[in-house]
Design a protein around this ligand. Sequence first.
Ligand code: NAG
Ligand code: NAG
Ligand code: NAG
Length: 451
Amino acid sequence: MHDLTELEIVTIMLALLYTFVVSWKPLLLYALENDIVKYTLYEVTAYNQRERAFLYSLHINNDKYIFVNGVTNEAAIPIYVIVKECCLELFEKDLYANNIDFTYIKSNILWDKPNSKLKSSGNKNSTPINSFYNSFKMKLWIEVKLKKHSMFSKIIIGKTYETKDLIAIKMSVGKKKCAVLVVGGEEGRDWMSPAIILNFIENILESKELINKLLEYCDFYFLPVFNADGYEYSLRKDKLWVKNRKVFFPKKMCNDRVAIGVNIDRNWFFNKASNLYAGERPISEEEPQALFRFMNNMANNLLMYINVRSFDRLITIPYGYTTEYSNNHLILMEILSATCDKLYNIHNATYFYGNTANILYNFSGNSADWVKEKFNIPIVMTVYLKFKDHLFPNETHIQPLTKQFTSIMVEILPVVNNIYGPLFSNHKSCFKFTNRFIIASLLLHTLINIH
Ligand SMILES: *[C@@H]1O[C@H](CO)[C@@H](O)[C@H](O)[C@H]1NC(C)=O
Ligand SMILES: *[C@@H]1O[C@H](CO)[C@@H](O)[C@H](O)[C@H]1NC(C)=O
Ligand SMILES: *[C@@H]1O[C@H](CO)[C@@H](O)[C@H](O)[C@H]1NC(C)=O
């Protein structure tokens, strides 16, 4: 064997150094992330545009304040802010200085640990979901359904940054029809929307009536946990985690102590610097890329795109990045008006509705805007569900919120199918479930819009 040359020695040393850095990276990050942070919850009220603008500037410029439901433009919707312990004094001082009303609600907020045991219900045929499933339990649930129901199938649409499978579920009966895509779990901390979606699927599987009302007219595709890495991290470690788990290494400029994560709910258009880290370019992240490819393949057939979220009680339609209305704004508003009346009558739940920029605030990068603009799908909406005044995920709210979500779908789908279904091949009319009065007024709207 010959002696090592200088070059070989340097190469070996570099290789060793590289191995060291790569294997120690997770440990290093773990140590940095693991200190316990305490949070306090406030309810803030903004009475005018000046106050809203001030709160909005706090929202986008300061990662010590977590605006759970954003800064809404609707005066009647309270704004919930969670503040890290270090910044309580500064936060209150800022609000006093700007004459903004706030109520201190709770210190050291935490919510229940997810229940890891599968709860068995008395009835063997139906297993309503009453807990927040981690990815392992969700996979088990999917395997059980696959064996039992032929209308249920699984599609792996891609992988997350941490290489977890992104699993979509297809529900269909009979011939191929136009498609409805329902996405949940965009924010890691949103445990409720995946649970609602699974429970909704469970209800469809067990109810002939729901199959008749929904699957007879459309094929349903569900992506229950879009941000699978962030969701798992939120369940296990940091309840308030929102972003995905992309690691920038070596450290890149972004506002976290450790540079981790991209807000995949802002990754669809480029967004200027803020504490919401939208990524390096539009659709830069694995998860939006996978969803984009999946949608691209079915775009011609896509009737509805529904993004399900929690922490509020709203139904928003495009756009958020501009205050301009989308091409079928009036029709959507009419449908939502009827839907929200129904929600109030059936569930005693008041939902606000409108275009994102007006009802929430003007922001870019959300998937709904992107889907509307690039694919021009007839119905694009984001549904935010919350049980009464309960802000945080609570297992006892999964059932009532699933009922509300079901009402929304059952109310909207027949109307939408009747108006837009004829644009698709394989259309099947469903007049029998529709309020004829609404249809007549919508057709009138369409005529007015055309001429
Ligand atoms: C969840 O809701 C139930 C019923 O409303 C309540 O008894 C329980 O305390 C809640 N859990 C948390 C952590 O808030
Ligand atoms: C809001 O939208 C307008 C265009 O309609 C844009 O000029 C402005 O920059 C947007 N504001 C924010 C905060 O994104
Ligand atoms: C409906 O909700 C309101 C406020 O949330 C409550 O005060 C009222 O008692 C509820 N009505 C019924 C019939 O449950």
